[in-house]
Design a protein around this ligand. Structure first.
Ligand code: ADP
Ligand code: MG
Length: 252
């Protein structure tokens, strides 16, 4: 049987009288690219924030790799192997691309934060090589010495992706990867995510643009007004009239 890497178990969250999340129950299976989509205000960001420990649910639990992570702090959840990219963490604008990717490599579970200065110095060459490897993967290695602030918006997303991948997370959460992008950068980001998909890492993509996810997702869960209204393979979900209605009726 397939393994659920993430299980969002009957989660509820209210903001005052507003039901932002209503009995959300979903499982993300090992190796899948699982998209969570829905019109603006559907509850996607709230759900993501519950998963990474920024928000506590009113009831229900989040289980990661068989362990309840509800109540843990964001950095603890990150240390367990959940990485979130896009929107936050921001890149470090005054550092080079190489330095930007080395920082999360240092910070990860087996990283250099636990080492003394001598050990860090000894590992530096190895970390540089590793950072270069991921920069190459996202197509930025030739620009590794540039300052991150000089990158185009699309290239910043590439950099953020390398910063996520270098952590070798068990679960990678992609938070609206194409938000605010031009059509050109959106297409380039989709191409990049398709390439990364071949690595088989378990991923959750939060996205409000339906078109972005259909070329990437193995499974799609649709939220509207805080509830799951559809869940299944992309083709099943795309043809679902309830989903069409939610998008047309929403603010999107
Ligand atoms: P999405 O990311 O799908 O656009 P959100 O999760 O941001 O949706 O928001 C879901 C609903 O919860 C919206 O109606 C939003 O206005 C409301 N909401 C989100 N965060 C808060 C908050 N901190 N306080 C009050 N209402 C909130
Ligand atoms: Mg949102």
């Amino acid at each position: 049987m397939q393994n659920a890497v993430l299980h969002i178990a009957d989660v509820n969250k209210n903001f005052g009288g507003l039901r932002a999340l209503s009995n959300i129950d979903l499982q993300v299976m090992e190796g899948m690219t699982h998209a969570i989509i829905g019109p603006n205000g559907a509850g996607k960001s709230t759900l993501l924030n519950v998963c990474i420990g920024r928000l506590a649910p009113d009831s229900g639990a989040v289980v990661f790799d068989g362990e309840v992570i509800t109540g843990k702090r964001p950095y603890e959840i990150n240390q367990l192997g959940v990485a979130r990219v896009f929107q936050t963490p921001e890149i470090f604008p005054d550092l080079s691309l190489l330095q930007n990717v080395m920082i999360p490599a240092f910070a990860r579970r087996d990283g250099a934060f636990r080492l003394n200065a001598w050990q860090v110095a000894a590992r530096q060459g190895e970390l540089i090589e590793e950072a270069e490897h991921w920069l190459e993967d996202v197509g930025l290695v030739e620009q590794k010495d540039r300052l991150a602030s000089n990158l185009s918006r699309g290239d910043k997303r590439r950099l953020e992706l390398a910063m996520g991948l270098v952590q070798k997370p068990r679960l990678l959460l992609l938070d609206e990867p194409t938000a605010g992008m031009s059509r050109h950068d959106t297409n380039a980001t989709i191409d990049l995510l398709q390439k990364i998909k071949k690595r088989g890492m378990t991923k959750v993509i939060i996205e409000h643009d339906m078109h972005v996810v259909f070329s990437l997702a193995d499974r799609v869960t649709v939220l509207a007004q805080g509830a799951v209204i559809a869940d299944g393979k992309p083709d099943e979900v795309r043809g679902n009239p309830v989903v069409q209605e939610a998008y047309l009726g929403g603010s999107h």
